[in-house]
Every structure is written in C-alpha cells, then in structure tokens.
Design a protein around this ligand. Structure first.
Ligand SMILES: Nc1nc2c(c(=O)[nH]1)N[C@H]1C(S)=C(S)[C@@H](COP(=O)(O)O)O[C@H]1N2
Ligand SMILES: [Mo]
Length: 201
C-alpha cells in the first residue's frame, strides 16, 4: 500500500476518478505564452533533474499531509518552454480536461512548486494524481491539479473548476485547525499550512 494511502489521505476527484492511467505513455502539453511550446513525455520528465520538496498538501476541507514530494520544479519547466514576458498565470488541466486551476506565475516559480510524480520515494498512483500532478504547498490543495495533461501560460487569470464554484481565486491558506494525516488525522493547528516555514528553507 502506498504511503499516502497508509496515512488515509482523502482522495478527491470532483470530475470522477479517471481509472487506470498510462504512466509510460503520459504526455503533458505546455502551450500559451511561451517561445518554445512543447509536449513533455514521461520519459523526458523523469530524465529532468529531480527536486524533492518536504512540504504539505493542505486542503480547504481541512486535512493536511506532509512528506517528500518529488518531481520536477515547475520553474525548470517554465525555463524549458521559455515563458514570454507577458505571461502572468499558469493554468493546469487534468486528464479528461474537466478540472482546471490557475496560479500566479511568481508562485509557480517558487522552489517547492512541482510537477510531482513521487511521494516519499514512491511513484504517485492514480488516486493521488499520478502519473504527474501539480504540487503547490503555498496555496490550498485545489490548486494542485491531479493527473496533469496540459499547462497553459496566460496573461490573465481564469477561474478554475473549484474557483467557479466558490473557492477563493487566490487560495491563500488561512490559519485554523486541520486534520493532520501524518498524526492519524488528529485535529491540530497548523498555521498557514506551514507555508511560512517552507519559505525560509
Ligand atoms: N483533477 C483534480 N485535481 C484535484 C482535485 C480534483 O477534484 N480533481 N481536487 C483538488 C483538491 S480540492 C485537493 S485538496 C487535492 C487533493 O489531493 P488528493 O486527492 O491527492 O488528496 O487535489 C486537488 N486536485
Ligand atoms: Mo481540497
């Protein structure tokens, strides 16, 4: 059983579970405001330098799970496609293209924002957004789109799946009690999803 499952991390698929996904055949199309739009295959992605981020995924539904998320820094992907000066937001599309969400380019470029394919050294399974998901510990979990097939660079903000249904566009993690999945779901205060401590690292 995967570590995320052992920790009983809730599984969210607002658009419905996608079922089994093909890791080796996985492709992510990166397009929009960049000079070198490209489709990145699983092979290419897994050959890029790996970044491991010790950080939390914190949901607005008040659970939080911490571990070593591994993948490619989104900053490295943005460099690869040569982002235009006019790009201001990064939009993620999940498999089936029903779920999307966008984050500001400056947060996309932060150290622990990843295209993640691992948690605690294990490849991500479909339940948790495998083969490749967005991971952004600085914002509420709904910005961390699962099973990403598309990335779009935009000059303006577009509300995503949950934002259109009432979740805040900026998704700044607010203080308050959350169920810490690393402690068996114990309700405790995790100030701002520990974002401030992550900023210092
Ligand atoms: N495609 C897709 N991505 C998604 C979601 C979803 O419903 N569909 N839920 C989001 C929300 S609200 C959270 S908190 C996290 C949850 O990740 P998990 O299901 O791996 O725990 O995924 C985010 N990414
Ligand atoms: Mo969430």
């Amino acid at each position: 059983m995967s570590r995320l499952k052992e920790l009983k991390t809730p599984v969210f698929w607002a658009e419905g579970h996608p079922g089994a996904l093909d890791r080796v055949g996985w492709k992510i199309e990166v397009k929009g405001l960049c000079n070198n739009p490209k489709t990145i295959s699983w092979n290419e992605l897994s050959g890029l330098p790996k970044t491991i981020a010790d950080a939390r995924l914190t949901s607005v539904t008040r659970f939080s799970v911490r571990g070593n998320w591994g993948g490619v820094a989104l900053a490295d992907i943005l460099e690869l496609v040569k982002t235009d000066a006019g790009a201001k937001y990064v939009r993620f599309w999940s498999v089936k293209k029903i779920y999307d969400t966008s984050i500001p380019l400056d947060i996309a470029g932060m150290k622990k924002t990843l295209l993640a394919y691992e948690f605690d050294g294990e490849l991500l399974e479909e339940d948790y957004g495998g083969p490749v998901r967005a991971f952004c510990p600085y914002l509420w979990g709904y910005k961390s789109a699962k099973s990403v097939v598309g990335i779009e660079l935009l000059d303006r903000y577009i509300s995503g799946y949950w934002e259109k249904r009432g979740y805040s566009d900026d998704a700044l993690i607010k203080a308050g009690p959350v169920r810490d999945m690393n402690e068996g779901g114990r309700l405790r205060h995790i100030p701002d999803g520990e974002v401030i401590s992550f900023l210092d690292e």
